[in-house]
Design a protein around this ligand. Structure first.
Ligand code: ARG
Length: 292
């Protein structure tokens, strides 16, 4: 995680202090039973065959990448018959050791909610059983002291109020309008979650056209320095990424976003999850942040 040596020390020094990598803890689910047997988003087509062993190998690369970056990864076992359980980001939302459980929109995924809540319980989290439909970190993200919350396709806006009550933080509702970007984490990437005064703290990248006009205006007002990503990069789930404040793990096919990140002094790391993309998920979908 060191910054490359440059012949322009002033520039590199500034970058090194601008972008601080922080160690994170993630929850992942190895795709042992991954396949596509139903269609609940435009990416899925049960007629297209999936290769479970390839999915596992690609997933392993993502896991290994986090370990190499110094992060901690915890695992939940996939349950046979719950193919989408591999997208652990949907299993809940965890801040301050409080795990707000998921309550899925589609019947095909509903059994995942209790399975994840059991895991949180067994691992010492303060579990809150949700009263409203919500798909965890797929639709909730922490940026500084604010929680951005998506609605339109999956999580109900009532869950936004519930999250505001539970965590005592400001929650900003954002309306998603494009079915290809059905979860907030397909349309926004958090580049720096911290609330510090460091440059780019609390900054994001996003796809403007994924939101209605009022939500777009809200994003412009709050994040004037955001990276605006192209339809092409968002269209390979490039925004579905994980940043530690310096290293940003992204879809390897999102080459435009990769260049934008590099320009800003981040260190983009491309990973190919083509098999998991057949279920409509990428890097972030396979990763749930555990904030103790
Ligand atoms: N097939 C899953 C679904 O449609 C994909 C979930 C992707 N997860 C995410 N965090 N965006 O629900």
């Amino acid at each position: 995680m060191s910054t490359p040596v440059s012949s322009f020390p002033e520039v590199e020094d500034r970058r090194a202090s601008d972008r601080q990598a922080a160690a994170h803890t993630y929850l992942m689910c190895r795709p042992d039973f991954f396949t596509v047997t139903y269609k609940i988003n435009p990416w899925m087509d049960p007629a297209i065959p999936t290769d479970t062993s390839l999915a596992v190998r690609q997933w392993q690369t993502l896991y290994d990448t986090y370990i190499a970056l110094g992060h901690t990864v915890e695992l939940i076992d996939q349950i046979d018959g719950l193919p989408d359980m591999v997208y652990s980001a949907n299993g809940g939302f965890v801040i301050d050791n409080i795990a707000y459980g998921a309550r899925f929109t589609h019947p095909e995924r509903q059994a995942e909610g209790p399975a994840y809540m059991r895991w949180f319980e067994d691992h010492g989290y303060d579990v809150r059983v949700p009263a409203n439909v919500n798909e965890g970190e797929g639709d909730f993200m922490l940026v500084g002291d604010t929680i951005l919350a998506g609605t339109g396709f999956r999580s109900a806006s009532d869950s936004h109020a519930e999250v505001a009550r539970i965590y005592g933080r400001e929650v900003v509702t954002l309306n998603l309008v494009n079915p290809a970007f059905y979860h907030l984490d397909t349309a926004i990437a958090v580049l720096n979650e911290s609330a510090s005064q460091a440059p780019d703290a609390g900054n994001i990248a996003y796809l403007p056209s994924a939101f209605d006009a009022p939500s777009r205006a809200e994003l412009e007002r709050r994040y004037p320095d955001a990276i605006l990503v192209s339809e092409t990069d968002a269209g390979v789930l490039g925004l579905n990424s994980i940043s530690d404040g310096y290293n940003v793990v992204i879809a390897s096919r999102a080459t435009g976003f990769e260049a934008q990140l590099r320009e800003r002094g981040y260190n983009p790391i491309g990973v190919d999850l083509s098999e998991l993309l057949l279920g409509g998920g990428g890097v972030k979908c396979c990763t749930l942040e555990l904030r103790r």
